[in-house]
Write a new protein. Structure first.
Length: 437
């Protein structure tokens, strides 16, 4: 018998570089998957129009994505509690593979509609799972940088996929087949990851009334930007194609729209850390109104370069509303409310992302395609007036109480702290074996 045996637990001390490398598999997987998504976002509307379908048919694909995404918001948490992150991640990518294969096999919009619902369900789930993993594996000193790299990589890959689609023959099914290959490739980094499994998120707490009390502007912004952004994103390739431009020009437009997101959102977000965030929200929402009405007034008269510039700026304004309003809501919330706040904002965004494009699709069945522009302008104008009203009703948050601005995208539901409910309750949250200071 051995006496005096002492058991010790050895914890590896890592550097910021090693922690970035540890989470790189999840980021790489999402980036490769975004390339596939970009291919399809450019391919589907152009293909449907080339097959002779009306623009409203192509426009109906985005509400289908958003409806599936709304269901994914509710279903991902229970799936994680049932099977864990790695299995659910693979399951969701398998659903995306099946939806892409359906698009490759069928050439009927009804089949594509159901396929896009499946894609929306899966992609929102992928974001919840990926961010849960990233939050869990990142320590406080790098978490913001990790999420920023994650989102910037996603939007650049999304635009690059759309750009690539312009150089592939779209008369057959080469693009969805290539997209399927990219999705299969995206499974590999996660299949090989050594990251530990985080605890699954708790049941989704949704409380519209409580979020309204915390931040009316933050709540209304989710409804406004969910509708305006997804409306503009869905209509941009359809509108450009209707003007007579080909797949290459559509792909270039969709790539540079994402660059506009980065060019505008990041400096405006940094400005919002220094001034009343509502001033920034008023500026960008007013800018969105002006740019949308300018596009409408100049319909059919602009060259490609001017058209791309308008849509890039417009996208940047919309994306800034999303990220700055999220930061504003966090500024005013107690840490104990963060999970509920993120869950409710995610559902609000998802509802608007479905309802507004669906309504616009029905209206545009009877009106010219360019009328989506005043619809989006009207949403931004209402939000602009609401922000001005709230600025008169409530003082700004003290500078020391502000959260740091976080770069995110309004093109997919942002789970925020719902994906890491322990981040503000456990002093060791964000650390795991081999990923500690």
């Amino acid at each position: 018998m051995q006496e005096g045996l002492i058991k010790t637990k050895v914890t590896e001390v890592s550097t910021a570089r090693s922690r970035f490398l540890a989470v790189s598999g999840v980021i790489l997987s999402s980036t490769i998957g975004a390339t596939a998504s970009g291919l399809l976002f450019a391919y589907i509307p152009v293909k449907l129009l080339s097959l002779g379908f009306e623009p409203w048919v192509a426009a109906s694909m985005m509400p289908a994505v958003a409806f599936g995404g709304l269901a994914g918001c509710f279903a991902t948490g229970p799936l994680l509690r049932l099977s864990g992150h790695a299995r659910v991640f693979m399951l969701l990518y398998a659903l995306i593979v099946m939806s892409t294969v359906a698009i490759a096999y069928f050439e009927h919009p009804l089949a594509w509609l159901f396929a896009r619902m499946g894609y929306g369900f899966a992609i929102n789930g992928v974001f919840i799972v990926a961010q849960s993993w990233l939050h869990h594996a990142s320590t406080d000193d790098i978490r913001g940088k990790v999420i920023t790299v994650f989102y910037i990589s996603y939007v650049v890959a999304l635009g690059s996929g759309s750009f690539l689609a312009g150089y592939i023959d779209n008369t057959g099914n080469a693009i969805p087949v290539l997209a399927t290959a990219f999705i299969a490739l995206a499974m590999l980094p996660v299949g090989l990851t050594r990251l530990p499994q985080p605890e699954p998120p708790e049941k989704m707490p949704v409380n519209i009334r409580q979020v309204w009390r915390i931040s009316p502007v933050g709540l209304v912004a989710m409804f406004a930007v969910g509708g305006a952004t997804m409306l503009m994103q869905s209509m941009a390739p359809i509108y450009t194609t209707a003007l007579g431009y080909g797949p290459k020009e559509v792909g270039l437009l969709m790539l540079l729209m994402q660059i506009g997101l980065i060019a505008i959102q990041m400096p405006m977000g940094a400005l919002s850390d220094r001034v009343d965030r509502r001033i920034v929200l008023a500026l960008v929402s007013a800018g969105a109104v002006v740019i949308a009405l300018t596009a409408f007034a100049t319909h059919g008269t602009l060259g490609l370069a001017a058209l791309i510039l308008i849509f890039a700026i417009w996208n940047g304004f919309n994306e800034t509303i999303y990220s700055v309003s999220s930061a504003l809501a966090n500024d005013r919330a107690d840490p104990s409310d963060y999970v509920m706040l993120s869950s409710t904002q995610m559902i609000a965004w998802s509802l608007a992302a479905f309802i507004v494009p669906a309504t616009a699709t029905a209206i545009l069945a009877f009106m010219p395609i360019q009328f989506f522009m005043p619809m989006a302008a009207g949403i931004s104008a209402v939000f602009f007036l609401f922000v001005l009203y709230r600025m008169r009703q409530r003082r700004d948050v003290e500078a020391e109480e502000k959260e740091t601005f976080q770069t995110v995208t309004a093109q997919v539901a942002y789970p925020g702290d719902y994906s890491n409910p322990d981040a503000y309750e456990d002093e060791d949250a964000g650390t795991s074996e081999g990923l500690v200071n």
